[in-house]
Ligand binder design. Structure first.
Ligand SMILES: [Fe+2]
Ligand SMILES: [Fe+2]
Length: 191
């Protein structure tokens, strides 16, 4: 585990599991898109955590999850945040406390990529993959909370609803045709 040793993985994962979902941001269309994508990502995290906790040995399951985390959580979802939302906030010169959250979130995205790579590399052995998977789950659940209950609240005063409507159009342009297929993959695995 070398560089990921500092995390108290299981405790983090379990304390976050009990936190309920909060419906908010109804009037902000771009935020709603991101919150909806978070729900799909959280389902995938639950599958990963349950499989690891039950010591399921199934390379194709973990490779499918790694594919989802790379193509959906990272490319599709983090791609929207980094290339559209965060860019907008930086250009708008929002206050430092908002930019500070953005920088932290960007760092999480980088760390997430490293951990997904570890999950992929170790997919054939749940024993060697487990700690990476739980570190990823813990980090990503925490990351999603930082957005749902941190960034989104903090940015709303600087991001008018009309701008969010424009942003939704940008989101649609960058969504690949595989988005639905990846969502279906997680729906099927959740059954
Ligand atoms: Fe993010
Ligand atoms: Fe996000």
């Amino acid at each position: 585990m070398d560089e990921f040793d500092d995390l108290d993985l299981l405790e983090d994962v379990e304390s976050l599991e009990v936190q309920g979902e909060k419906e908010a941001h109804e009037e902000y269309p771009a935020t709603i898109v991101l919150v909806e994508e978070h729900k799909t990502i959280k389902k995938a995290i639950d599958i990963l955590v349950n499989s690891v906790k039950n010591k399921v040995q199934d390379e194709s399951l973990y490779l499918n999850l790694a594919r989802f985390f790379s193509e959906y959580a990272d490319a599709i979802h983090h791609g929207k945040e980094e290339k559209i939302l965060f860019e907008y906030l930086k250009k708008k010169k929002v206050p430092e406390h908002v930019l500070e959250i953005v920088r932290e979130l960007e760092n999480d995205h980088v760390r997430g990529r490293e951990l997904v790579e570890k999950i992929r590399e170790n997919a054939s052995d749940v024993e060697s993959m487990g700690d990476y998977a739980l570190a990823y789950a813990s980090m990503l659940r925490d990351h999603i909370l930082k957005e749902d209950e941190g960034l989104f609240e903090a940015m709303h005063p600087y991001l008018p609803v009309e701008e969010e409507e424009e942003m939704v159009k940008e989101f649609r342009k960058v969504d690949p045709s595989s988005k639905k297929e990846l969502e279906m993959l997680i729906e099927k695995m959740s059954l």
